[in-house]
Structures are given as C-alpha cells and as structure tokens.
Design a protein around this ligand. Structure first.
Ligand SMILES: Nc1ncnc2c1ncn2[C@@H]1O[C@H](COP(=O)(O)OP(=O)(O)OP(=O)(O)O)[C@@H](O)[C@H]1O
Length: 332
C-alpha cells in the first residue's frame, strides 16, 4: 500500500493559562509514508507531546486545537472532534507512551487489557483474541506468554510493562504508531531491544512510525526523516542522513554539537549545551523564536515571519528550514 499514512498541515494548539494564551504549537506540518519512521526532536517544552496527543485527538479538553488539514490513511479528520478520529484511534493508529502506567490499568489482567477492545471491535472470539495477544506478547519478547495473560501489570518488570504496552498498541493491527519517548525510562539495553523490535515490526507490517525523542542517538539509529521542533514550530525537516551530514538551522546545529562522539569526546567532558532556554510561548512571537540563543542572530531576526527555505538534495526528499540568516544551498 502506498497511500500516505499521515498528512497534517498547519496544526495550532493554544492553552488558556492565568498569564494569557499559551500558543504551544504554531503551525506544524507532518507527513508519514508506509514503513517510514519520522522522528520529532527538540528540547523539553517545544510542543512535541501536545502535537502527538492532537494526532490522536487527545489534547486536554480546554485546549483549542485546529488544523488546516489532517488526513490519516485516506480519512479526512481535519475536524479533530470528529467521530471518525475516535474510530481510527486504536484501529488504524495507536500510541505508546513513555510511562506504561498511563496505558495499563492496574486492576485488570494483561489478557483482559489486550483482548477486550479487539473482541468488541472486530467481533473476535475469546480464543481468537487470546491467540493474537499471545503471538504479540511473544513477538515483543515476553516469555511463556500463554501463562502470563492472567497476570496483572504489577507482576511485570518496568521493561516488560513497556513491551506489554507495545503489544497492546499493536493488537488492533494499526498502520500508524505514535510513540512518545517510548524508551526514555528504560535502561540502554532494553531501549536498544525495543527499538530493534519496532524496526522489525515495521519491516513486517509496513508500519508508519512517529517517534518523539530528545535523544539524537536514537534518531540516528532509527529515523528515515527528522523534524526538528522549536518553540511550537518545525524549524528544520530533512532526510536523516542529510540532517546529520549538514544541519542548516542554528538550533539543529546546537543540538548536534551536544552529542557525545565515542572515541572523540573525552570522558566526563562538558558538552556545549545550547545557552539559554526555550522562550515563553504565551502571546504572539514576532521574528525568530530562537534568536536570543543564536550566535548568528541580528536585528532582522526580531521582525516579521521567518523565511522558509526549501532545498532539493540529489536523490533525497526535499528538505526545509526556517531562518533569517542561513540561506542553505543545493546539496551534492
Ligand atoms: N495540559 C497543559 N496545560 C497547560 N500547558 C501545557 C499542557 N501541556 C503542555 N503544556 C505546555 O505546552 C508547552 C509544550 O509542552 P509539550 O509537553 O508538548 O512539550 P514537549 O516538547 O513534549 O516537552 P517534553 O519533552 O518535556 O515532554 C510547554 O510550555 C508546556 O508547559
């Protein structure tokens, strides 16, 4: 199937606060094709999680969420309150979270949690739903899965609960998986196993994956494309190799400088973090939101909207970035 799995244009999310309207997401575009992994990266507070929750129709009730257009697997769900979005959730698309306690109910067995929704939706028998659950639990590396369906979440370790949550998300055989920092809380060995598992499942099932992470090591390992988010906007988007070879946006360059290089970065040395903090997202924000932290910024960066540059790299998808100062240029 070659149908685009996710096509989102011009997403805005505003949250009322005592200090005024917090415009957390300011015109985000995202696109994911089958079997593609798009990584959404950026520092804490840039709007990544809110963007992910909007994709699932799960922003807080008091948030104002609107999109120019939003299409999932050929379904137009631009109206984020539409019942069609509810139907697609847990069907064509599913989400895994950083913290499995958000997804697993401590009072129900793993078997109940994995099987009940698909029995209802797909009219599967108990036996059919159990078979699918056992297969998936084994697939995610839960040994003796058959005997563990009757167990409760607290009887599993943290890494196992994370795997169970992935199995739960896959029960509906989704085409699109949204993963918000799914491995951040895990130790590096389990993190690597889960990333390998997601890759295998993707190859087998043609899953499209949106992976939210602040870890550029993870991005380098799994991303096909990368969107870099800063202060509610995608400031740079590129093919993963192109981005790591030549980051254009000063923010992306700053993120890259903070990655330790094995064998090059001395142990215990202080990596050059980007000075300053993400600005307040309350109210209007004319000019470039990164200018206070950018060594290339000038007076022009305080004004107007930030120019968008598009660059066609040979044999790769188009890349783009927003900056007053860096013009970019054709890539070899
Ligand atoms: N429910 C909420 N009510 C009010 N403000 C919120 C809410 N959720 C998020 N925000 C604010 O919106 C902005 C974006 O938050 P979001 O959680 O999407 O960022 P993030 O990039 O995912 O960060 P992190 O990596 O820490 O999760 C932040 O300023 C945050 O404080």
């Amino acid at each position: 199937m070659t149908e685009t799995l996710l096509d989102l244009r011009n997403l805005h999310i505003t949250l009322p606060t005592e200090q005024g309207d917090l415009h957390a997401v300011r015109g985000v575009d995202l696109k994911i094709e089958p079997a593609q992994t798009l990584c959404l990266v950026g520092e804490s507070g840039c709007g990544k999680s809110l963007t992910a929750s909007a994709l699932m129709g799960l922003t807080p009730r008091y948030a104002r969420t609107r999109a120019g257009s939003y299409n999932v697997c050929g379904n137009d769900i631009t109206d984020v309150d539409s019942p069609a979005l509810k139907r697609l959730r847990g069907d064509a698309m599913a989400m895994i979270f950083q913290d499995p306690t958000a997804a697993l109910n401590p009072t129900l067995t793993i078997g109940q949690q994995l099987t009940e929704a698909v029995m209802l939706r797909e009219k599967l028998s108990h036996a059919e739903a159990d078979t699918r659950a056992i297969n998936l639990l084994e697939r995610v590396g839960i040994a003796r899965a058959e005997t563990r369906l009757a167990r409760y979440p607290h009887e599993f370790s943290g890494g196992q609960r994370q795997r169970v949550m992935i199995a739960q998300a896959l029960m509906s055989q989704p085409r699109l998986l949204i993963a918000d920092e799914p491995t951040t809380a895990l130790d590096v060995t389990i993190q690597a196993q889960i990333l390998v598992l997601l890759k295998e499942l993707q190859d087998e099932l043609g899953l499209g994956i949106l992976l939210i992470t602040h870890d550029l090591g993870v991005v380098a390992a799994v991303a096909d494309e990368v969107s870099v988010m800063y202060a509610g906007r995608i400031v740079e988007h590129a093919d993963c190799d192109a981005l790591f070879d030549l980051p254009f946006h000063p923010y992306t360059q700053g993120l890259m400088r903070a990655i330790p290089v094995p064998g090059v970065t001395p142990r215990g040395s202080h990596l050059p973090a980007i000075p300053g903090r993400v600005p307040s997202l309350i109210g209007e924000m004319p000019g470039c939101a990164f200018r206070e932290r950018c060594s290339s910024a000038g007076a022009d960066c305080e004004r107007g909207s930030v120019p968008l540059h598009r660059v066609q790299s040979i044999g790769k998808s188009e890349r783009s970035f927003e900056c007053h100062r860096v013009e970019g240029g054709p890539l070899a």
